[in-house]
Design a protein around this ligand. Structure first.
Ligand code: HEC
Ligand code: HEC
Ligand code: HEC
Ligand code: HEC
Ligand code: HEC
Length: 446
């Protein structure tokens, strides 16, 4: 079994490695001690330090799901399929850049408390000089650790280090080297900056920093003058307040008053008015957003309404079902006959906003490094509005009176059956409410 997979991967990997930079040459060129610890910035950059400790940047190596996916899936996969080694080492190029640059691969587990745990640290980010590529992707940053810290302001003075204004810090390309990723098969498995660039915010140059490092009056260092300071929030899918309201939802019936034997037709509008890229973005292989619509009649009985099909190619991936998926996890998990787990644990018939990733055998995967192709992109783009329709023949015994409809839009960071299988703590697969709305129709006397 292993041998078979090896053989079929080799030619593909060889082709791909020529064009996908995996930065082998950068491994082991620096040492941990070339970088300062975040704690050494904390005494002066008080607020920024505390903000960073609460963000995912400080947890990019230690966070539970990262540890599970890196060690139990990616590392295990590289052990079964040695050609994957450079790609799996490359996880660290973004998640713990110091470990990658120090050639400490694989780094020790988080519980060992090594410096790999610092993740995307202050000193990593502030000694980046530039990034290669248009757009940059796959940790293509050029980095030069030392006394000189780059930032967004000219002419600052610090007793601890030198400073220099670097216009690159104010661009979305600065974020792109870690937020765009190509798989070894040449597929864009992360494309947040590309989605941004192709959309209205990219055209107006409303950068990532505007929404994820918003500016506010304050002090960037204890001894600094009051000024407009970029807040280091980096709040995203792990921040319920960021996800809440990311999409607005409204709904109306085609007719307000209907006879008892009517066919009720509802239209739901979903507007992305808050997000500079598609929703979901980033770890799209893990994430789903879905719309759950119910009707409650005058006697309090509740019915679940499945979405109307639109008939586009790949639509089956956007409507919840009980099919199994993610069979490719069987290789790293050492279960050659692994049948997969449910694709999603969502009420059957609900519309899902997602983009499926496929392994070399055409099965859905959450292992982005094993992604050979992408399926239908049914996510909601920046300032895009999608409309979903629900056609419902009233049940024969529907009581006269008001029917209230409820539309609930939910988000999940990681599809639940995968989280359950791998023992990922519940907060990673909890339901995050995005938005909801109601409307009604009146059923009149026969
Ligand atoms: C993911 C990369 C990243 C990390 C991690 C990061 N920064 Fe920044 N930092 C930036 C960027 C980008 C800017 C410029 C933002 C802008 O242009 O609005 C910045 C700006 C700053 C500024 C100037 C803010 C101002 O507007 O006056 C200071 C000071 C700073 N960072 C210190 C730190 C410290 C200390 C840490 C760790 C506790 C840290 N940064 C972590 C990317 C980062
Ligand atoms: C050196 C690589 C690197 C750079 C540069 C970088 N990021 Fe990140 N970022 C990461 C990693 C890795 C994570 C994932 C952390 C995790 O969940 O493991 C992340 C997470 C995030 C999240 C949190 C998403 C969530 O799921 O909650 C946001 C928001 C974010 N980054 C925004 C930015 C912005 C804005 C910039 C540019 C100013 C930037 N990043 C630059 C590596 C980077
Ligand atoms: C002893 C205090 C002190 C320590 C420690 C310190 N800084 Fe600073 N830093 C400052 C001061 C003061 C400024 C200038 C603030 C101002 O005038 O707005 C500054 C400015 C900065 C800027 C803004 C540069 C620019 O041109 O926009 C960055 C980035 C920065 N520091 C990063 C760091 C990092 C990373 C660390 C830890 C490795 C660190 N600092 C440690 C005091 C300190
Ligand atoms: C107009 C505001 C806006 C801009 C510009 C913007 N974002 Fe976001 N971003 C959001 C909102 C709102 C969310 C929460 C919704 C979500 O998770 O999809 C988010 C979520 C994210 C996430 C988590 C996505 C997920 O589904 O896991 C990442 C990562 C991220 N942003 C990075 C970036 C980067 C990198 C850029 C620049 C290329 C950027 N953002 C530009 C508003 C913005
Ligand atoms: C090009 C940079 C890059 C590479 C390479 C990369 N990642 Fe990530 N990873 C990110 C960023 C950025 C995010 C955050 C995206 C978001 O929030 O949606 C992320 C998110 C994740 C998450 C989800 C975190 C969460 O809590 O939802 C896991 C798990 C993960 N990566 C594991 C890996 C593994 C394993 C590899 C190697 C096979 C890898 N990553 C390679 C940049 C990278």
């Amino acid at each position: 079994m292993r041998h078979l997979i090896w053989v079929c991967l080799v030619p593909l990997m060889l082709v791909a490695q020529e064009e996908i930079p995996i930065r082998e040459e950068a491994k082991g060129t620096l040492e941990y001690k070339d970088f300062e610890k975040p704690e050494s910035c904390a005494s002066c950059h008080v607020d920024i330090y505390q903000q960073w400790t609460q963000s995912m940047m400080s947890q990019s190596y230690t966070h539970h799901w990262d540890e599970i996916e890196y060690f139990d899936l990616a590392e295990a996969h590289a052990e079964a399929v040695p050609e994957l080694r450079p790609v799996v080492d490359g996880c660290n190029g973004c998640h713990t850049p110091m470990a990658f640059l120090a050639g400490d691969l694989p780094p020790a587990r988080p519980e060992e408390g090594t410096r790999a745990n610092e993740g995307v640290s202050c000193d990593v980010c502030h000694t980046i000089v530039h990034a290669k590529g248009d757009p940059p992707f796959n940790f293509s940053y050029q980095i030069d650790p030392g006394r000189l810290k780059y930032g967004n302001k000219p002419g600052l003075e610090s007793p601890h280090h030198d400073t220099e204004y670097n216009a690159f810090y104010e661009t979305s390309e600065y974020c792109a080297d870690c937020h765009n990723e190509k798989s070894p098969f040449g597929v864009w498995v992360k494309s947040t900056q590309i989605e941004w660039k192709e959309g209205p915010y990219g055209r107006d140059n409303v950068t990532c920093q505007v929404c994820h490092m918003p500016r506010a009056l304050g002090k960037n260092a204890k001894m600094a003058e009051q000024d407009t300071v970029s807040q280091h929030l980096f709040h995203g899918a792990h921040s319920p307040g960021k996800v809440a309201g990311a999409i607005e939802v409204r709904m109306h019936p085609k007719e307000r008053e209907v006879p008892w034997d009517a066919v009720v037709v509802l239209e739901v509008q979903l507007f992305n008015g808050k997000c500079g890229h598609k929703v979901p973005s980033g770890s799209v292989e893990d994430r789903i957003m879905w719309l759950h619509v119910t009707a409650t009649d005058a006697q309090g009985k509740t019915y679940h309404l499945p979405v109307d099909k639109k008939g586009f190619e790949g639509e089956e991936y956007t409507i919840a079902s009980d099919v199994l998926a993610y069979q490719d996890m069987g290789v790293p998990l050492g279960k050659p006959d692994f049948k997969g787990v449910r694709r999603e644990d969502v009420p059957i018939g609900d519309r899902i906003f997602r983009m499926p990733y496929f392994d070399p055998e055409g099965r859905m995967t959450i292992m982005q490094w094993n992604t050979k192709s992408l399926g239908v992109d049914y996510r909601i783009g920046p300032r895009e509005t999608k409309i979903e329709t629900y056609t419902w023949r009233l049940p024969d015994d529907i009581p006269v009176g008001k029917i209230t409809f409820n539309a609930q839009l939910n988000f999940r960071k990681l599809v639940k059956p995968v989280a359950d299988l791998l023992g990922v703590p519940e907060d990673e697969s909890e339901i995050m409410p995005v938005n909801s709305t109601t409307t009604w129709v009146q059923v009149y006397e026969p």
